[in-house]
Design a protein around this ligand. Structure first.
Ligand code: SAH
Ligand code: SF4
Ligand code: F3S
Length: 514
């Protein structure tokens, strides 16, 4: 938060108790309105991050949602999914009810992702679709939040062309949703509140979690890696770790509520703790404490190979509730390309890291992310990606065609690779990914796997589905009472992306429900 914003905050807080509804507050927003700036967002200062744990809804806003419904559409990564849970929590505290359809909503939020151009195009398309609702229901509020809001080009485009939008706010100020909504109800202008500089770490935010079986827990915010293709360090700000005690308390709380699986979230979780000024504490230390909590499964995402240290490997090797599925984005198999991407490791160092992980955890499953068609990627460099894929034997990968993001160093590079070539490389890579996925699935045939059952299969309500420890999707026949439990399933058939099976034995506690 910058000085201006702090001032803005205190101004509103100090002024609002005496104000009555109907007073135009837009002057506050406009007088301090600073357009978002990727250049500002790039700066990394030394100032300390404040930990704020007294989030509460200002009493003047507490009836804002009475008789009103909200709808949030989420794009992008788990971080965004989790931010949506926080915003849903704030809506609930404001008295809004949730609705599952846009037609029924009084407030629609698009929680956006800026990672690739096609992610952004989807949002602009959706804004186009929503326009007619605004004509039918003039009181409807439409908001854009999330990573796209942090980009000045996006904000300018919305201000110019998408007048159906009532509010734009960014990733650093979702806790200010009550003030922003309030302002949007009063103002005839589009309300824009985007902070280019990261905010503080706010604890005790309300959350309405999407499920009661698996839960997300943020361990850190932001990213300082600045891979040359990536927009995230600009949209999410500098790395800020939550205090270990706050994380541990949240995981304990979820365990007590009956959650079975926790995924720790951060853009670069291996840098966890580096910014905590007073303690020498990293992800390995945190995992070592979390493994003692009585919760069956703990995962984390996303790992950066550069910061993956021996301490973490040593702790993960203790097993228990720490799962040995590691998602370790490599991006490319060519050391030359990795260098231009500023990933800060070589192919050899990545292979060495995998060797160490496998030495400590012989059954570890590795999955990855890969970008093809980085500027000037040669056929040989692309083939190095294919050969690394085979060498490691990844079980699955998310694959992408490089998408230039305005403001990043890679977007300024000239690029001699035609789009048809990029598409063709993606197809070749995807064929390899499918081949290895199918092979890894085949090995499970006839085996017993442990499935955390999430619910009925989307396609067939007679079939249950869930995930194994290695994150393989399993569809199987079994009693509904298995939902929310971890059950043994015998794999009867392997597909490329999922397994079919049947309940291996009926655990005693399920029998009653059969
Ligand atoms: N923090 C995570 C990744 C977040 S983005 C990490 O470093 O692993 C998820 C994935 O999107 C990245 O791993 C990368 O493969 C892909 N990605 C990021 N920027 C991209 C871009 N400009 N074009 C194409 N893919 C991109
Ligand atoms: Fe982006 Fe790299 Fe940070 Fe991941 S580590 S979010 S790819 S800059
Ligand atoms: Fe997208 Fe932002 Fe996540 S750009 S991938 S929603 S951090």
């Amino acid at each position: 938060m910058n000085e201006e914003q702090r001032l803005h905050d205190s101004q509103i807080k100090a002024d609002t108790p005496n104000k009555t509804v109907g007073k135009d507050y837009s002057q506050y927003f406009q007088s301090v309105y600073v357009p978002p700036s990727l250049k500002e967002a790039k700066k990394r200062g030394k100032e300390e991050v404040a930990y704020v744990d007294n989030f509460s809804i200002d009493p003047q806003f507490k009836d804002l949602g009475n008789g009103r419904k909200f709808y949030i559409r989420t794009y992008g990564c788990q971080m965004n999914e989790h931010d949506t849970e926080v915003m849903a929590g704030i809506f609930q505290q404001l008295g809004y009810a949730a609705t599952a359809t846009v037609d029924d909503a009084d407030v629609i939020l698009l929680n956006t992702c800026a990672i690739r151009e096609n992610a952004e195009n989807k949002v602009f398309g959706e804004l186009g679709h929503l326009k007619h609702l605004k004509t039918e229901k003039p009181d409807l509020l439409i908001g854009v939040c999330g990573c796209m809001s942090q980009e000045e080009a996006v904000v300018n485009k919305i201000l110019k062309t998408y007048h159906q939008v009532d509010m734009i706010f960014g990733t650093h100020n979702i806790h200010r949703l009550p003030q922003i909504l309030h302002e949007a109800y009063l103002s005839k202008e589009m309300v824009v509140e985007v902070w280019s500089k990261e905010g503080d770490v706010i604890e005790n935010l309300p959350k309405v979690r999407k499920g009661s079986i698996k839960g997300w827990v943020n361990i850190m915010y932001g990213c300082d890696k600045f891979c040359t293709y990536c927009i995230v360090p600009y949209t999410r700000g500098k790395e800020r770790s939550r205090r270990p005690e706050d994380i541990i308390q949240e995981v304990r709380h979820l365990a007590a509520q009956g959650y079975k699986e926790i995924t720790l979230l951060g853009q670069n979780v291996n840098a966890y703790g580096k910014d905590l000024p007073d303690i020498d504490y990293g992800l390995g230390d945190l995992m070592d404490e979390l493994r003692k909590i009585d919760i069956p499964r703990i995962r984390f995402t996303t790992s950066h190979p550069r910061d993956f240290d021996d301490k973490l490997i040593e702790v993960l090797a203790k097993g228990g509730n720490l799962l040995d599925h590691i998602h370790l984005p490599v991006q490319s198999g060519s050391s030359e390309i990795l260098k231009i991407m500023a990933r800060k490791y070589t192919r050899e160092r990545y292979v060495e890291l995998v060797r160490k992980i496998r030495e400590a955890m012989p059954n570890a499953t590795l999955t990855t992310d890969i970008i093809v068609g980085f500027p000037n990627e040669t056929e040989e460099q692309f083939e190095e990606t294919l050969s690394l894929y085979r060498e490691i034997g990844f079980e699955m990968a998310y694959t992408y065609i490089y998408s230039p993001r305005e403001g990043t160093p890679a977007a300024r590079m000239t690029d001699n690779v035609p789009m048809e070539v990029k598409k063709e490389r993606l197809q070749r890579l995807n064929a390899l990914v499918a081949e290895y996925a199918a092979k890894s699935m085949k090995a499970y045939e006839g085996q017993i796997v442990h499935v955390l059952v999430e619910g009925e299969s989307k396609r067939n309500p007679d079939v249950l589905s869930g995930y194994t420890e290695k994150n393989k999707l399993v569809n199987f026949t079994g009693p509904k009472s298995a939902i929310g439990q971890i059950v043994p399933v015998k794999v009867t058939a392997a597909k490329t992306w999922s397994l079919d099976g049947e309940l291996a034995e009926t655990p005693a506690d399920l029998k009653a429900g059969v």
